[in-house]
Design a protein around this ligand. Structure first.
Ligand code: PMP
Ligand code: GLN
Length: 394
């Protein structure tokens, strides 16, 4: 029998993270590729999860999420940004930001609708749009400051534009969008009645005094924004897959309608653990104990270590303000493209990095950059440094 997959999967292939991770395992490479911490998660969050498993919080949680977690997420948002959020109607917990993004897009986009993405674009967004039958309209961010051309941005809005996907702090560039840039986006979205899906999974990872501004806090945006976040990066537990959406009731209804038939709910004990961490008087109370500042300080040190390693290898990174990746120009090494460079780097040099062309609608238009992740132990970054001494131009 000839098995044919559905047309909506056309061009999906294998994610670049899966490909490079497999190559890294095969060659025993120092893995600076896929973005995940290779160091221990904090004890307070692990102890909380273990406690909830032992206390038998092991059955289905409510579809929208454990109520006390939704209450804690709403309270955290209100404390930080001064906007009241109703946890019963405006917060939804799902299987990582990845599912929340799909739920939001499937819940909003009709076949033929256009969705603006800023490229380089995190690899899941365009397939999500495609699965909804929508059309991705990329607007290119130009290095080194990763700015859009205002005319190109304005021209991307058409009568068919349904949504815009924003990501700040941005993967893979490390850009943190400034308030003035977000205001420009907001004006266009209000004028064209466009919904923003704002992926803010790196909201706690900021450097050199950069400030994270959720676009939902700008005038006219709360009612048209789905803010997506996840505990993976903030608590160094990417394998736990607890993500959430904060959105006004009508947009939340769209997210929940999809979510109930995609996964219905996600892991109860991990949701409970996050609720403990965020609740006043809970087990961890990370804010009160300076957890977020410690996290940023530790990441700033890792960034400095990796910057030195890359500079020594002739790969000076572009400046970043957030997230946990550094981008390096690889054009001097004589490879046909960034993918060829990264395959060589992994196979022959023993260091895994991610090419950024898969983050572009037309990979041939991508600048020749490789992404190195510094969510890694000092030993991993040092081992990469040793191996990079072998890197030579072709
Ligand atoms: N969005 C961005 C920009 C990411 O980098 C990632 C993963 N690193 C995700 C979403 C997925 O988050 P999660 O693991 O919570 O699904
Ligand atoms: N978000 C991670 C990264 O950018 C990868 C997650 C995944 O493998 N899908 O590296």
């Amino acid at each position: 029998m000839a098995v044919r997959s559905a047309d909506r999967l056309a061009g999906f292939g294998t994610s670049i993270f899966t490909e490079i991770t497999a190559l890294a395992v095969k060659h025993g490479a120092a893995n600076l590729g896929q973005g995940f911490p290779d160091f221990a998660a904090p004890d307070f969050i692990k102890d909380a999860a273990a406690r909830h498993i032992r206390q038998d919080h092991n059955q289905y949680a409510a579809s929208a999420g454990v109520p006390r977690l939704r209450a804690a997420l709403a309270a955290q948002w209100q404390a930080r940004y001064g906007q009241a959020i109703d946890p019963t109607a405006e917060v939804t917990v799902a299987c990582g930001a990845t599912e929340v993004l799909l739920d939001a897009i499937l819940g909003l986009v009709n076949p033929g609708d256009e969705v603006i993405v800023l490229e380089p674009t995190y690899d899941a967004y365009v397939p999500d749009i495609q699965m909804a039958g929508g059309i991705a309209r990329p607007v290119t961010l130009r290095p080194p400051r990763w700015e859009w051309d205002p005319a190109e941005l304005a021209a991307a809005f058409t009568p068919r534009t349904r949504a815009l996907i924003l990501n700040t702090p941005h993967n893979p560039t490390g850009k943190v969008f400034a308030r003035a840039e977000l205001e420009q986006l907001a004006r266009l979205c209000v004028a064209h009645d466009v919904v923003v899906v704002s992926d803010e999974v790196y909201s706690e990872l900021l450097y050199d005094g950069a400030r994270h501004v959720p676009i939902a806090t700008l005038p006219g945006m709360r009612e048209r924004t789905i803010t997506v976040d996840s505990m993976g990066k903030t608590f160094s537990v990417t394998g736990w897959k607890v993500g959430w959406a904060i959105a006004p009731p009508a947009l939340t209804a769209a997210v929940r309608a999809t979510h109930q038939f995609v996964t219905f709910t996600n892991s109860a004990p991990f949701q409970e653990a996050l609720a403990d961490a965020l609740a006043d008087g809970g087990a961890g109370v990370p804010a009160a104990h300076g957890y977020y500042d410690e996290l940023r300080a530790a990441y700033a040190a890792r960034r400095a270590q990796l910057t030195a390693v890359l500079e020594a290898a002739g790969l000076p990174p572009l400046p970043i303000a957030g997230a946990y990746f550094l981008l390096c120009d690889v054009s001097a090494f004589g490879f046909a493209d960034d993918l060829a460079f990264c395959r060589h780097l992994c196979t022959d040099v023993g260091v895994a990095a991610i090419p950024i062309s898969p983050f572009y609608a037309s990979p041939a238009r991508a600048p020749l950059l490789a992404r190195f992740c510094f969510a890694k132990r000092e030993e991993t970054i040092a081992a990469a440094g040793e191996r990079l001494k072998r890197l030579r131009p072709r």
